[in-house]
Design a protein around this ligand. Structure first.
Ligand code: AP5
Length: 202
């Protein structure tokens, strides 16, 4: 894909990794370069909470506790979002899927549209660094006990997706415990793109 994505072909990518790994940070940079929207389910849910919508009222306390919103509700949210006109060239999913049933839902959405994923980028970072980053950021759910709960939920519910996507030949592992621009370069390299500064990435 890579240069192809830049020259107009489609790109459908999932960013996987623990809370605080830098998925949101990298999603913006990579999506802009690929010319597709970055779709963050966490951002969508936080916007719903801020707007006081029915969805927001349903997910507010779940998010505050560090638990996951239920799969059926997330399926509705994602199905509607990926059907929007800005996804014509694809999308970069940040924070979805994060359970095996969500991965199956996504596979069904893609199959129904005659599409397939191009890659799943796993961004990994040691746990102490994840907690340090989250405490520095200080979002509503960035209190230490909630961060630890989000990490526990990640290990239990989301880590099985690593094997799921590895078996399907889609997984690409990126060391997220590096400066932001280095992580970005390594992601660009997966797609055969240079780092945007005239040099080859990686
Ligand atoms: P979500 O918003 O997806 O949170 P998360 O996965 O916990 O991810 P974060 O936003 O904490 O981290 P990130 O990896 O995006 O890192 P970031 O770039 O921000 O989900 C929140 C909640 O919504 C969930 O707990 C759940 O309740 C619900 N939810 C969402 N999706 C769901 C789904 N599919 N199913 C069910 N429930 C769902 O970076 C973190 C910090 O580190 C920032 O301050 C950043 O500046 C800094 N940083 C980034 N990169 C680096 C670097 N290389 N070096 C140093 N600092 C860095």
């Amino acid at each position: 894909m890579g240069a192809a994505a830049e020259s107009g072909q489609s790109a459908r990518i999932v960013l996987l990794g623990p809370p605080g790994a830098g998925k949101g940070t990298q999603a913006q940079l990579l999506a802009a370069r690929l010319g597709v929207p970055a779709i963050s389910t966490g951002d969508m849910l936080r916007a719903a909470v801020a707007a006081g919508s029915e969805l927001g009222r349903r997910v507010d306390s779940v998010m505050a506790s560090g638990a996951l919103v239920d799969d059926a509700l997330m399926a509705e949210v994602v199905r509607e979002r990926v059907a929007q006109p800005d996804t014509g060239k694809g999308y970069l999913l940040d924070g979805y899927p994060r359970t095996l049933p969500q991965a199956e839902t996504l596979a069904g959405i893609l199959a129904g549209a005659g599409q397939a994923l191009d890659a799943v980028l796993l961004v990994d970072v040691p746990e102490d660094e994840l907690v340090r980053r989250a405490l520095l950021r200080g979002r509503g759910d960035d209190k230490e006990e909630v961060i630890r709960e989000r990490l526990r939920v990640y290990r239990e519910k989301t880590e099985p997706l690593i094997g799921y996507y590895r078996e399907r030949g889609l997984l690409r592992e990126i060391d997220g415990n590096r400066p932001v621009d280095e992580v970005t370069s390594r992601m660009f390299a997966v797609f055969g793109m240079d780092d945007g500064n005239g040099g080859a990435a990686g």
